[in-house]
Design a protein around this ligand. Structure first.
Ligand SMILES: CC(C)(COP(=O)(O)OP(=O)(O)OC[C@H]1O[C@@H](n2cnc3c(N)ncnc32)[C@H](O)[C@@H]1OP(=O)(O)O)[C@@H](O)C(=O)NCCC(=O)NCCS
Length: 178
C-alpha cells in the first residue's frame, strides 16, 4: 500500500481536493440537514461545530499516516460534498460520500465515487473496497451497483444520528473486478 501525494483529482464537472480544516464550516452547514446526516451511520446530529473542525483538522495527518484519504467535492470553487476512503488497512478501505441536497440528482456522487475508486485501486494500491448504506437509502445502493460493487449481506448496525439500530446493506468491490 502507498501513501499518494495530496493532490486534487479532476473529473468532467468536479474537482476533488484533499480536505483541510478550512472545509469544516461548509461541512457543518451540509450536515445540519437531517436528510443528509440521517444516512451517515457515525455522524452526530445536530453536528457540533468544534467536533467538525477537530475532525477536519486531523485529515492531513490521517492521509499521511495511510489511514484515510478524504476529498472535498467542489463545483466552481464551492464545496458541495465529500467523498472518502477510510479505514485503510491490509489492502482494504471503505468508500463513503455525502452531498448537500441542492446537488442531488445530477450524477455528482457517481462521478466523484468513480474517480475515488480509481484513485483507491491505482494510487493507494488497495485490492478491495467495501461500502454500505442504510436499507432506506436506495439511491446510494444504485450508485454502488452502477460502479460495480457486489451486494454482500444485510446486517443490523447502530445509527448514531438516528439513535437506533438500522438494517445496513453491505457491498464489496475488488480491484480485480470480482
Ligand atoms: C446518496 C447521495 C450521495 C446520492 O447523490 P447523487 O449525486 O444524487 O447521486 P447520483 O445522481 O450520482 O446517483 C443516484 C442514483 O440513484 C438513483 N436514485 C435516486 N433516488 C432513488 C430511489 N429513491 N430509488 C432508487 N434509485 C434512486 C438515481 O436515479 C441515480 O441512478 P441513475 O444514475 O441510474 O439514474 C445523496 O443523496 C446524499 O448525499 N445523501 C445523503 C448522504 C448519503 O446518503 N450518503 C451515502 C451514505 S451510504
Amino acid at each position: 500500500m502507498l501513501v499518494p501525494p495530496r493532490r486534487p483529482l479532476k473529473t468532467e464537472r468536479l474537482v476533488l481536493r484533499p480536505t483541510t480544516a478550512r472545509d469544516a464550516g461548509r461541512a457543518f452547514e451540509i450536515q445540519s440537514d437531517w436528510q443528509v446526516t440521517r444516512m451517515l451511520r457515525m455522524a452526530a446530529f445536530p453536528p457540533d461545530p468544534l467536533a467538525t473542525e477537530a475532525w477536519f483538522s486531523d485529515h492531513e495527518r490521517e492521509w499521511l499516516a495511510g489511514e484515510a484519504c478524504r476529498f472535498a467535492v467542489d463545483i466552481e470553487g464551492r464545496m458541495v460534498g465529500l467523498v472518502d476512503i477510510d479505514g485503510i488497512a491490509g489492502g482494504t478501505g471503505e468508500l463513503g460520500y455525502w452531498f448537500e441536497q441542492a446537488a442531488w440528482g445530477s450524477g455528482y456522487a457517481s462521478e466523484a465515487a468513480r474517480a475515488t475508486i480509481r484513485f483507491a485501486f491505482e494510487e493507494i494500491g488497495l485490492s478491495v473496497l467495501k461500502s454500505g448504506h442504510a436499507e432506506d437509502n436506495p439511491a446510494s445502493g444504485r450508485i454502488l451497483v452502477k460502479l460495480g460493487f457486489r451486494h454482500l449481506d444485510i446486517v443490523e448496525r447502530f445509527s448514531r444520528p438516528r439513535g437506533e439500530n438500522i438494517r445496513q446493506c453491505r457491498y464489496v468491490l475488488s480491484a480485480a473486478g470480482e
